[in-house]
Design a protein around this ligand. Sequence first.
Ligand code: PLP
Length: 388
Amino acid sequence: MRDSIYLDYAATSAIRPDAVTEAVTEYLRDIGATPGRSGHRRAIEAGRVMLRCRRALAELFGISGDPGRIAFQFNGTHALNTALFGLLAPGDRVVRTAYDHHAVRRPISVLRQRGVEELVLSGSPDGGIDLDEAEQALRGARLLVLPHASNVIGALLPVAELARRAHAHGALVLLDACQTAGHLPVRVHELGVDLLAFTGHKGLLGPQGTGGLWVRDGVDVAPLLLGGTGGDSDSDGMPGLLPDRLEAGSQNGPGLAGLLAGVRWVLEQQPNALHERESGLKHRLLRRLQATSGVRVRSPAALDGVGIVTLTADTLDAATLASRLDREHGILARAGLHCAPALTRHSVRSVPERCACRSGGQPRKPRWIVPLMQSCKHAGQTPLSPWR
Ligand SMILES: Cc1ncc(COP(=O)(O)O)c(C=O)c1O
């Protein structure tokens, strides 16, 4: 595993700073208790880890108010489900985009069956959004939900502009920052969003099973999960205050200790610098891939997008290309619909499947660019069989 080249950071950051692994181990070894449940020293220390993690996240996301308005969730999907089911009622209109991940599409399809009206803003191969279409759709909407960046083509959406228009029509804005948190600056007040859903295991470099939802002061989200929180135990209802309101059940203490270490690492490196580095790598790779016969780049080359490069090979389907990159060259990338089929089926027709590569935030020499380019060329031009 160690000498492979990991380029699947859009799915998860399988390679993390050592500090993350150490923090998880230390938590399990030295703390091990559930935060908020008991009053002994281990439980108190567990609570401190959670508080530090909330504070670090608040710093990262530029949250000026109470960090307790960040509720931990078990991943980005959980955070998005909590927000969507907790905000939308029959008769409400939700506006979303063609760029959405299944974590948004699937809950909304259930909500639609329950009487929520869904409008989908169309997309384009270069990641564009038609602002006139958005303006029309937002009239009378309760919620606009949008990804900060597409997980398929890496394009950034004009969040601040869309948020301004949504607010002008009285709609709330929920941002899915799963592909941007830790990869570039995500500042909630500058973007003007009301809710932010993030995952912990991608750019924030934490373990799987971590994520969160920030809810602006003044917005109430009904809980998706009901259960114990360690407080208000006399009541049958969930507590009214965040974060407890959205944190039913025992939390992922070891995971959050790891997430804290990951967020600290990102803060030390600075999201701006990480973005610059990632953009530099992306552009070097794009230049070389564009000059490589047999391979087509399918993601826009915009400098401000995130570092996702999506490609197809002329003579191979994407699954075969990805499999060959792994088996024959030790390059770990991802093929398929990437949980965002609308983008492939409607916006970028003729590309049924693609192979995506994303380098991670960890500083290391970009050794992979030349091998990847050469391997794509090789894999794209070599006949399918015989298999090795
Ligand atoms: C844009 C986007 N939203 C949501 C998710 C879901 O995140 P998680 O895997 O943490 O549930 C992903 C993960 O691939 C994503 O790329």
